[in-house]
Design a protein around this ligand. Structure first.
Ligand SMILES: Cc1cc2nc3c(=O)[nH]c(=O)nc-3n(C[C@H](O)[C@H](O)[C@H](O)COP(=O)(O)OP(=O)(O)OC[C@H]3O[C@@H](n4cnc5c(N)ncnc54)[C@H](O)[C@@H]3O)c2cc1C
Length: 378
């Protein structure tokens, strides 16, 4: 571990651990049951210096590199709700396009209020008829004087029901990816509505919204970069999001493994602990082996990305590998718990449900394979 993490990462990890123990673990089951966590948690995270991790100090951020982000994500997953991680982290996909394509004025306007926990940011790309095929989005933004008039809908938007700003993919030009732009849409703009909050298999503590835009007038100064640059911004963003999902996957698997070891040692069947059976020990060994390999590869890819290398192929591989490992591990974790693994009181039940979306969100397994096959050029 220490080849990637120095003293500053360890200090941050310890402080995140304390935050999770004090502010999340006592309440997380209730938040999952209520399908929402309180808005004050953003403020608490901000005050503790975690929300702005990796953002420039002049915008209210806290200095940090890829491994601070990884340590942060790994500890937050220990809160036991991946939905909470996704909800608290929606700005992690909503703000980077502002940082990459925005003007100084846009950055100063949109980023600091999110990093202080006052406002919530989200990323709105997916539409009812365009998920994997981003280039087919139909939400249209037509220029009228100093405004774009936006009409269309979005779905599956994490934090969509309570976001204050949405980094939104809109069509300003013709068909295909070249006609896509990114607009920051403030959700108090007349014509914007949350059509409904979606009910899901897992990620219950995060809100996932279906959104509508009806003659929503958005100032032209909210356009990020030039018209037609949206697809580029979206693809850049995907690399970090996919690596982050890969890290979430190895850590969900780690948590499920640790729960399984504890349970298998404590549970007595046929006069011995479940670890007394070789088949269980081998299952645990397979879990630990796969998790170690996934984690090491994720760290390696993060280090290379941080060094500025082109790791599009490796990021896609990392996501697919870690998600597959995670799926196998949570499956076996439930199996080791027997009937209790199917009961809400046991963490592995939630991890099993929460893991399922990791190989779908941010680009499906099949889309990752398409990318890899193109990059390998066979
Ligand atoms: C809980 C949750 C949170 C989400 N958060 C956000 C968010 O914050 N912002 C946002 O914009 N989106 C978000 N999404 C949307 C998510 O990114 C999409 O669901 C995902 O990209 C897949 O798109 P789709 O659901 O339209 O599936 P489709 O694209 O319709 O795919 C259906 C199936 O076809 C397969 N398929 C598609 N194309 C190909 C191909 N070329 N080759 C082989 N197979 C193919 C897919 O792999 C999949 O198995 C979220 C989704 C969920 C469920």
């Amino acid at each position: 571990m220490d080849s990637y993490f120095d003293e500053s990462h360890h200090i941050m990890r310890e402080s995140m651990k304390r935050f999770v123990q004090k502010e999340i673990l006592p309440y997380v089951d209730a938040w999952e049951d209520q399908e929402l966590f309180p808005r004050e948690l953003y403020k608490k995270m901000a005050d503790a210096g975690f929300l702005g991790l990796g953002y420039p100090e002049e915008l209210g951020g806290t200095p940090g590199d890829a491994f601070h982000m990884i340590a942060f994500t790994e500890e937050l997953i220990r809160g036991g709700s991946v939905g909470l991680v996704a909800g608290l982290g929606s700005h992690g996909i909503g703000l980077p396009p502002v940082l990459a394509l925005g003007t100084d004025a846009q950055k100063r306007r949109f980023i600091p209020p999110v990093l202080t926990g006052e406002k919530i940011a989200a990323l709105a790309i997916t539409e009812p008829d365009a998920g994997s095929d981003v280039a087919r989005i139909r939400t249209r933004a037509v220029r009228e004087g100093d405004h774009y008039v936006v009409n269309g809908s979005k779905t599956f938007i994490t934090s969509g029901c309570r976001a204050d700003i949405l980094t939104t993919a809109v069509r300003t030009g013709g068909e295909g990816h070249a006609g896509i732009s990114l607009l920051v849409i403030e959700t108090d703009t007349p014509g914007f509505t949350v059509s409904r909050k979606l009910r899901k298999m897992g990620w219950n503590a995060s809100d996932t919204g279906e959104l509508a835009f009806e003659d929503c007038r958005v100032p032209v100064e909210n356009l990020l970069g030039q018209e037609g640059m949206g697809f580029y911004g979206i693809m850049e963003n995907f690399q970090r999001e996919r690596l982050s999902l890969a890290v979430m996957a190895h850590q969900v698997a780690q948590l499920a493994y640790e729960e399984s070891v504890k349970y298998a040692q404590a549970r007595q069947v046929f006069g011995r602990p479940v670890t007394g059976f070789q088949v269980t020990r081998h299952k645990l060994v397979d879990m630990a082996t796969k998790i170690t390999v996934a984690r090491e590869f994720n760290y390696r890819v993060a280090a290379r990305m941080q060094a500025g290398e082109n790791v599009i192929t490796e990021v896609s591989m990392a996501k697919n590998f870690a998600c597959e490992v995670c799926d196998q591990v949570v499956y076996d974790a439930v199996q080791i718990h027997g009937g209790y693994g199917y009961a809400r009181e046991y963490l592995v039940e939630r991890l099993y449900r929460d893991a399922r979306i990791l190989s779908i969100g941010g680009g499906t397994t099949e889309i990752m394979k398409e990318i890899i096959s193109k990059m390998l050029k066979f």
